[in-house]
Design a protein around this ligand. Structure first.
Ligand code: PBG
Length: 327
């Protein structure tokens, strides 16, 4: 049927008509909230390039998690910022490292929160690369054992899900094996499967003090023009034992999310990264966009593309829009 008998505008007439034909529903249970944990007590430092996002000491991390739970958010992704960094990132797998201590404390005090940890060397190495460096190169195979140790130490301290973000080849398989050998069959792996070498990570590197001292990450993270390679990476991670696969960043990679959703029968996560957050905040502060509307539109588009899970610094803001009564 064509115009004038068919008129698509009929179904846009009122808010409630629009609502009944709405195809995509964003919900608070889709969100994972990333958090930065630092040593100390009573610390809450705002990250300059990410207004509204803070580095918290463990006590304040716990307070913050209690607050986000009130809003209905049920999962956090924890990044640790250690007191000291070295070549081998040893604080990353130290039983008394910042993340390990945080996990134990949170588990003790809060029930029913899904604790996910970032497994990567770059927050812990003095050179800021995601692996062990030899002759200026990031060594793939040698890095794997460190990642295995780090993942195991997180599992021992109480992580429900470990999330490797280093992009070394073979790491999901190694982590799965180490976890299983040590009785952690029930700790899941959410793999950063298609993680692109992206300028959108800029603000995160300020937040985590993890900018590489030399070179860049193009030798291990994916090249932005590629999508078939992303599907290959996801397929490898699934074969190696990933439970959830992730695409990162989100906004410039909606095509990759959609392709992954069509191809794989696994939960798909999308990480809407620091730069995506900062751009919206900055433009909002300048008064150039309506920050709240832009946030909701972006998150909805990520869901519409096919993400089952959205990792976003907007989790709190969006949750209070979705569930205004809990604000
Ligand atoms: C660690 C890691 C990074 C991010 C998540 N895990 C930074 C990087 O790879 O440089 C970026 C997250 C963000 O920008 O929000 N490898």
């Amino acid at each position: 049927m064509l115009f004038p008998s068919y008129r698509p505008r009929r179904l846009r007439k009122t808010k409630s008509i629009r609502k009944i034909i709405q195809e995509t529903d964003l919900s608070v249970s889709d969100f994972i909230y990333p958090m930065f944990v630092i040593p100390g007590n009573g610390v809450k430092e705002e990250i300059t390039s990410m207004p509204g996002i803070f580095r918290y000491s463990i006590d304040n991390t716990i307070k913050e998690i209690k607050e986000i739970k009130e809003l209905g958010i049920q999962a956090v992704l924890l990044f640790g910022i250690p007191e000291k960094k070295d070549e081998h990132g040893s604080e990353g797998y130290n039983e008394n490292g910042i993340i390990q201590k945080a996990l134990r404390k949170i588990k003790e005090e809060i029930k029913d929160i899904v604790l996910i940890t970032d497994v990567c060397m770059c927050e812990y190495t003095s050179h800021g690369h995601c692996g062990i460096v030899k002759d200026g190169e990031v060594e793939n195979d040698e890095t794997l054992q460190y990642l295995g140790r780090m993942a195991l130490s997180h599992a021992k301290a109480g992580a429900d899900i470990v999330a490797p973000s280093d992009m070394m080849d073979g790491r999901v398989g190694v982590i799965r094996e180490v976890l299983d050998e040590n009785g952690f069959q029930n700790v899941a792996i959410m793999s950063y499967s298609a993680k692109y070498a992206s300028a959108f990570y800029g603000p995160f590197r300020e937040a985590a003090h993890s900018t590489p001292l030399f070179g860049d990450r193009h030798g291990y993270q994916m090249d932005p023009p590629n999508i078939r390679e992303a599907l290959r990476e996801i397929s490898l991670d699934i074969q190696e034992g990933a439970d959830i696969v992730m695409i990162k960043p989100a906004l410039s990679y909606l095509d990759v999310i959609k392709a992954a959703k069509e191809e794989f029968d696994y939960p798909i996560a999308a990480y809407s990264v620091s730069g995506e957050y900062s751009m919206v905040k900055a433009a909002g502060r300048l008064g150039w966009v309506d920050e709240t509307k832009l946030m909701m539109e972006i998150l909805t588009s990520i869901k519409r593309a096919g993400a089952d899970i959205i990792i976003t610094y907007f989790a709190k803001d969006a949750a209070s829009i979705l569930n205004p009564s809990k604000r």
